[in-house]
Design a protein around this ligand. Structure first.
Ligand code: COA
Length: 533
């Protein structure tokens, strides 16, 4: 196992090659055949459209690319990229959420994971106060799974509920239809503040021609039933008529050209690159997941000018420093940091320090970055008697009630209640990123194997069939494999437990973007809650 800097670097570079391979499958579903089919339909690839939509020369920050792999749905194992492209890009200088169906994946239909991804993108937009552009080309609900996508909260109807509420709050909901939008899917056009349709390419109707024929006997073409001309000239269901996709993309940009420029709600300093190169991240993160890390050097490779101003550095050494707290700037934005250090096991002293720091930053209106690499709070009688339950709970309470944007970056073990205290998904971080070293599960495979083995052994003894050594080893191996698989960033990303698996050199850019976008709404806005500690 690698333990030198050079070996660590090679290890993480190889891991990121695996990430590249998976991303390739997400981005090119159906390969050349699917591209040819799009070409025959006169359509551009969805990411090509997005590139034209965002300001020239600016980056599109694509989220959740690994969603949908290994889902094992009826008849479908993988739904590459969940059949939906979501992400943040600038339109006329304003950050905008883009949500776009990829018709190459089962006609852009909605599986449960597609809905989860759609809702997550809408939630980010609502939380950060962003306009949304929908590029709609979808066959609607994935019909074999209608019971799992249609009737419940966070199912199909919630997409339109969210559109209505965001538009009521003044967040523009613009739809560019580039294909079929049938039944429930038609509402993505009709619910928009403004919608753009393309001649002989976009359709929108509550029932398509086959359903109309079955229901009423009427025989009609899709174009005459709900094409761009029908909706822009007769029904009024859509607002803008375009002849081509390129013209339609330009029209969306023009619609958004009158928006007020966005502003950060706090003062930003100059962007000063770290003195430590990003290569140091590859060298300083041990290949072994459960080996301790020196998080200070990790922070120095991310912070402006590699400057980390530490808080309570000397407090309770050996027990209080498994969590490191302090401030740094990322691309000029001041950020309060709570980072797991060493083995990352959180002792009562560390929990108290973290709680105090979270409250302090929240009162100072400084956003929070949680760098998670903790296998949990310290267990055992000494720790329990010290009040780890109580002080860990205080940390969880502070994280829950902090009134500032929070971002979580997972770079190692992410287990048990440390997932809560370090602002896991349930604590609504504005963004949650992982790297290939992240492992998120209730406990490590080794610990789970021992717990489950003790239960299994008891059962077998009472059944008069105690386990022999080989059986115990096999049981352990099976559990470790299962837990390691489920904790892996690919497994978690497939289920949208993170917003993106970042390469190590991408961390700084992405954190910069995440804090910038999260600070477009004034801190103290009612959507942050108005809680007192
Ligand atoms: N549920 C499940 N699968 C669907 C689907 C749906 N709603 N709509 C399309 N698909 C599948 C097709 O079976 C096909 O699967 P395959 O690749 O394994 O053969 C794939 O998606 C592509 O569909 P296809 O019809 O070949 O694509 P197209 O570009 O020619 O047409 C649509 C796209 C959306 C116009 C057309 O598929 C359609 O009308 N679908 C039904 C829409 C509908 O009535 N939805 C109601 C749901 S609320």
């Amino acid at each position: 196992m690698a333990d030198t800097k050079a070996e660590n670097r090679i290890f993480w570079e190889n891991e990121e090659k695996k990430l590249d391979e998976r991303v390739f499958h997400a981005v090119w579903p159906g390969g050349g055949d699917a591209l040819e089919r799009l070409g025959r339909q006169g359509k551009r690839c969805v990411r090509d459209l997005i590139e034209r939509l965002v300001d020239a020369g600016t980056e599109f920050y694509e989220l959740s690319r690994l969603a949908g792999f290994g889902m094992n749905y009826p008849e479908v194992e993988d739904v590459p990229c969940a059949g939906l492209v979501t992400g943040l890009g600038k339109i006329h200088g304003n950050w905008t959420m883009v949500i776009a169906n990829d018709s190459r994946v089962k006609a852009g239909t909605y599986f449960p994971i597609t809905l989860k991804k759609h809702m997550r993108a809408q939630a980010i937009a609502e939380q950060c106060g962003l306009n949304c552009v929908y590029i709609a080309d979808s066959g609607g609900a994935y019909l074999p799974m209608q019971a799992d996508v249609f009737p419940d909260d966070q199912h199909f109807g919630s997409m339109f509920y969210n559109m209505a509420r965001m538009s009521a709050r003044g967040l523009k909901q613009i739809t560019l239809s580039t294909g079929g939008n049938t039944a429930g899917g038609a509402y993505i056009v009709f619910m928009a503040c403004q919608s753009v349709m393309i001649d002989r390419m976009s359709y929108s109707f509550l029932g398509g021609p086959p359903l109309v024929k079955a229901a009423t006997g009427e025989v009609i073409s899709a174009e005459d039933l709900g094409g761009a001309r029908v909706h822009t000239q007769i029904s009024g269901g859509a607002d803008h008529f375009c002849k081509t996709q390129d013209e339609a993309v330009e029209r969306v940009r023009e619609i958004l050209s009158m928006e007020q420029p966005q502003q950060l709600c706090l003062n930003r300093g100059p962007d000063m690159p770290p003195r430590l190169s990003p290569v140091s991240l590859y060298e300083n993160l041990p290949a072994r997941i459960h080996q301790g890390i020196n998080v200070r050097v990790i922070l120095e490779a991310i912070a402006d000018n590699s400057h980390f101003s530490e808080y309570k550095k000397l407090y309770a050494m050996g027990r209080g420093d498994n969590i490191v707290t302090g401030k740094m700037r990322i691309k000029g934005i001041p950020v309060g940091v709570i980072a797991a250090h060493g083995l990352g096991i959180i002792f009562a002293e560390a929990a108290r320090k973290a709680t105090e720091w979270i409250i302090r930053c929240s009162q100072e209106k400084i956003p929070l970055l949680f760098v998670q690499s903790s296998p949990g709070y310290m267990v055992g009688s000494e720790s329990e008697h010290m009040g780890i339950g109580k002080y860990g709970a205080d940390m969880v309470r502070a994280v829950s009630c902090a009134q500032v944007p929070k971002v979580q970056l997972v770079i190692g073990p992410d287990n048990g209640a440390a997932n809560y205290g370090m602002c896991g998904r349930a604590y609504r971080p504005h963004f949650l990123f992982s790297v290939m070293r992240a492992r998120t599960s209730v406990m490590s495979g080794r610990s789970a194997a021992e717990v489950l083995l003790s239960i299994e052994e008891r059962k077998r003894v009472s059944a008069g069939r105690p386990m022999n050594t080989e059986e115990k080893d096999a049981f352990r191996r099976q559990m470790v494999e299962k837990y390691d698989g489920e904790a892996h960033p690919f497994y978690c990303a497939a289920r949208l437990l993170n917003d993106r698996v970042l390469k190590l050199y991408e961390i700084r850019d992405w954190l910069g973007m995440a804090f910038e976008v999260s600070l477009l709404k004034p801190i103290g806005d009612p959507s942050f809650g108005n809680l007192r500690f």
